[in-house]
Design a protein around this ligand. Structure first.
Ligand SMILES: C[S@@+](CC[C@H](N)C(=O)[O-])C[C@H]1O[C@@H](n2cnc3c(N)ncnc32)[C@H](O)[C@@H]1O
Length: 233
């Protein structure tokens, strides 16, 4: 996967035919958006622009919690060598493969079903978690597993956890989680999590990365990009 010597073969993470996931329902909505937009979430375009600034050309991208794969597909369209996405939702993975084919990059992208906190991940030059920490309880599992796959660049977006924006997001989250709890059968125990961004930041730095971006986007997203010291000019 990575364009350096640490490449690992394409992985078959879990059985494609296993049961559905609470995120499956969102896929139709994301697919509809992908008909008119290159990237489905407002924060994805600025994240991609930030990645292009540190360099995507010729590099491999690992998108953990890739949804329908629009970030990796766009990265490849903008010159990345290859993109790999791992995702809990089978339906999202199928849609990612369809979208990649429709956009003419199926040969340079690959999407598999798997848990980004547990499955063995291929090494990649750039590792991204876009709007994923907030959908998963085990932030340390996601960090440990994804950081160990990261070569030159690590990036994430997550809800802010401090200050006024953090308070706003926590308040919103309480209502959202009440709704998910009331409709537990449909959402299968899904909850939103506002993990401590400062702690995530400290973990990424401790893994040897330096921040090159740390900013608020669209009020409810913290966008952060890190590089290895040798990448910083
Ligand atoms: C809000 S969506 C974001 C999707 C995509 N990254 C985007 O920004 O459009 C969160 C996604 O993360 C996936 N996800 C959450 N935890 C995950 C995990 N541990 N491993 C793999 N995927 C995960 C979910 O299935 C869901 O599709």
């Amino acid at each position: 996967m990575a364009s350096d010597s640490r490449s690992s073969p394409t992985l078959r993470l879990v059985d494609d035919e296993q049961g559905g996931c609470c995120f499956d329902d969102w896929v139709d909505h994301w697919s509809k958006r992908a008909n008119t937009k290159r990237t489905i979430a407002g924060v994805t375009a600025p994240l991609l622009a930030a990645l292009e600034e540190v360099g995507v050309r010729g590099r491999s991208v690992l998108d953990v919690g890739c949804g329908i794969g629009d970030l990796g597909i766009e990265a490849v369209t903008h010159g990345a060598g290859q993109a790999f996405g791992v995702e809990l939702s089978i339906k999202a993975v199928r849609e990612a493969r369809r979208l990649a084919a429709a956009r003419g990059v199926a040969d340079r992208t690959s999407f598999e079903v798997g848990d980004g906190a547990k499955a063995p991940l291929p090494k990649a030059d750039i590792v991204v978690l876009n709007r994923v920490f907030c959908c998963y309880p085990d932030v340390d599992g996601l960090l440990d597993n994804s950081l160990s796959a990261a070569g030159a660049v690590y990036a994430f977006t997550a809800p802010p956890s401090a200050g006024l924006a953090g308070a706003l997001v926590r308040w919103q989250t309480r209502f959202a989680n009440l709704w998910y709890r009331l409709r537990d059968k449909k959402f299968q125990g899904f909850r939103v999590f506002v993990h401590d961004v400062e702690r995530i930041d400290a973990r990424v730095r401790a893994a040897g990365f330096l921040p090159v971006r740390s900013e608020r986007r669209r009020v409810v997203w913290h966008l952060a990009v890190y590089v290895r010291p040798e990448e910083r000019n």
